[in-house]
Design a binder for this molecule. Structure first.
Ligand code: SF4
Length: 337
């Protein structure tokens, strides 16, 4: 199977009349407005590093609300991308948008130009949270849009956030379940980052919002992650992509951006399952088998899980080995080996 590669084209905040309290698209993407005349050459450049024999490229319009930009601009961008599909160098197109910018007409346009995947910024399925965050749409709109995308034969990727103002762990689990029920193929989980200059930063300054601690962000993200894994929905990203400014904390008003949050969340998922599996074990030697991709997650962030299990269960030795016959999140343990 060919490896999937994205060719990302950022379309920041264009056409978006909203001001979600957490949003600062310019901070995320690093530039104000794309120069459309450069899109073709941007794609050409990116394709130079794609090996068509081994890789399958998808052009990804990310950043803002793609289907909310001016219709002529959207069609221009899609038609440029489609030229690359027609000449066989790109397999399909991916876009990201808001739930209230999806309707039957837009879906027909997306299908006509070769869009395969639609990332929907759902963020929360709690009407209370959506209201506090000034999203400008409700849960029902997200559910309708998600189903419309799936019914049209397009791949739905549900994006959700953790730790939004007034959101609880239960709201987030409910959001993850709703995304599963919409028929999503994949999901992204974004713990909230408080960017400078946003309304959320001002809310924090006024004492109306407190960012989650790192541990709470990990715990609550894991709650959503578990629902996706158990339902067979691929989690393709946990946490924002890092940029130098994000890592240096220059753009962050308060709270912390943690580059390793994805690894921590997956490690926490394994820790919870291993804790259950080792219940009642005391002494002896033990072996944990997981898929080779997940050996370090099973050991835990900084190998903490391994240390904890060894101490708590008084194990003489504990080995974690990769077994390619196991599914990505499958775990087998042998004790007293
Ligand atoms: S809809 Fe998207 S781009 Fe517009 S303000 Fe909200 S998060 Fe930002």
């Amino acid at each position: 199977m060919k490896k999937h590669v994205n060719i990302p084209i950022f379309v920041p905040h264009m056409g978006c009349p909203h001001a979600c309290v957490f949003c600062n698209q310019r901070t995320i993407s690093g530039h104000d407005k794309p120069d459309f005349t450069k899109v073709r050459s941007e794609i050409e450049n990116a394709l130079k590093s794609v090996d068509n024999e081994k890789q399958e490229a998808q052009i990804a319009f990310f950043g803002g609300s793609f289907t909310g930009i001016e219709r002529k601009d959207m069609i221009f961008l899609l038609s440029v991308a489609k030229e690359f599909i027609d000449d066989g160098r790109v397999s399909s197109i991916r876009i990201s948008t808001r739930p209230d910018y999806i309707d039957e007409e837009i879906i027909e346009i997306l299908k006509k130009y070769g869009v395969k995947s639609v990332e929907l910024g759902i963020q929360s399925c709690s009407d209370r949270v959506l209201g506090v965050c000034e999203r400008g749409h409700d849960r029902e709109t997200s559910v309708k849009a998600g189903r419309m995308i799936v019914d049209a034969g397009l791949e739905l990727v549900g994006q959700m956030m953790i730790g939004l103002p007034s959101s609880s762990a239960d709201d987030e689990k409910e959001t993850a379940r709703a995304i599963v029920d919409m028929g999503a193929k994949a999901a992204r989980i974004y713990p909230t980052v408080v960017f400078c200059g946003t309304e959320l930063a001002r809310m924090a300054e006024r004492g109306e919002y407190t960012p989650l601690s790192r541990d709470d962000a990990v715990e609550r993200s894991e709650g959503a992650f578990e629902i996706f894994v158990d339902s067979g929905v691929d989690v393709i990203r946990i946490g924002l992509q890092s940029s130098e400014a994000l890592c240096a904390g220059e753009e962050i008003a308060c709270g912390k951006y943690c580059e390793a949050i994805g690894e921590m969340v997956i490690s926490r998922y394994f820790e919870k399952r291993l804790t259950e599996k080792f219940d009642g074990v005391c002494g002896g030697d033990a072996v944990i088998k997981v898929n080779p991709r997940r050996v370090s997650n099973a050991a835990g962030y900084h190998a903490e899980t391994k240390k904890k299990l060894k101490e708590k269960h008084k194990l003489k030795s504990l080995k974690i080995i990769g077994d390619a016959a196991l599914d990505e999140f499958e775990i087998m343990i042998k004790t007293n080996v």
